[in-house]
Ligand binder design. Structure first.
Ligand code: TMP
Length: 237
């Protein structure tokens, strides 16, 4: 399958049309942003890591019965995906307190939670992706009640599989963000990416951060952390 015109350029990826209206090609960039684009930089080789890791995760999840947009990896940075209409929600799953939840609720990073937390943010750059609840999402037409029920079920199933898998490679999955879309038949499927940009990965023993927090917080060794995650999942050099 070949790229035709560029449909969209986001902060970390470009999306191209193909000759087939049901498929797109995504191309992952090395550009890194944080705080809704206020911090900008480059993480050398990130596009390759995020493309290959996302595809690896989507294949693993598909084996477990979770529908995804993944079709075929074309190159280190390019992948064919099913064309979807993105549901404008960032779906965040938290296994331990960290990041914005720790800050907002005065919790310590890494603090145990009494249950898994599922959050929604409304995807809107002008509003800085505000935290909303499911009734807000339905009220503003971002998703229907049925969509929300399906998304919740799929997101929790993804969490179960991802926690197990990352534990097996010595990594604790602290939290992560998912996006879902509707395919041409209206079915909700997992889309976007699963990578160190969109997950918090901590080494199980040392609690070393192996994700984009190293860039967000200027912790150094950013490229090394991305490369270490590739090694852990068996895709590294
Ligand atoms: P947060 O603690 O900053 O709300 O982030 C929660 C998780 O979501 C974390 O794993 C990073 C991921 N995330 C994204 O993928 N995109 C974003 O724009 C933000 C803010 C967080």
């Amino acid at each position: 399958m070949k790229k035709t015109e560029q449909l969209y350029e986001g902060k970390a990826k470009k999306v191209y049309a193909t000759e087939d209206p049901d498929y797109c090609i995504v191309e992952y960039k090395d550009d890194a942003t944080a705080f809704n684009g206020k911090k900008k930089g480059t993480i050398v080789g990130k596009g390759i890591v995020n493309n290959r890791m996302s595809n690896f995760m989507f294949r693993l999840l598909a084996e477990k019965g979770i529908p995804t947009h993944y079709v075929e990896e074309l190159s280190d940075r390019e992948t064919v995906v099913k064309k979807v209409k993105i549901v404008p929600l960032e779906v965040i799953i938290r296994n331990k307190a960290a990041g914005s939840m720790a800050k907002r609720l005065g919790l310590t990073e890494g603090q145990e939670l009494k249950c898994t937390v599922l959050e929604f943010s409304y995807k809107c750059d002008e509003l800085d992706d505000p935290l909303i609840n499911d009734s807000h999402a339905i009220a503003i037409g971002a998703a229907t009640e049925e969509d929300i029920a399906e998304i919740r079920k799929l997101a929790l199933a993804v969490n179960d599989e991802m926690v197990k898998f990352f534990e097996s490679v010595g990594v604790e999955l602290i939290d992560f963000k998912l996006e879902f879309g509707k395919d041409s038949t209206g079915k909700i499927i997992l889309a976007d990416e699963i990578s160190p940009d969109t997950c918090r990965f901590w080494d199980i023993k040392t609690h070393e951060k192996l994700d984009k927090d190293r860039f967000r917080r200027d912790l150094g060794n950013v490229e090394e952390a991305y490369a270490e995650m590739m090694k852990r999942i068996g895709l590294g050099e």
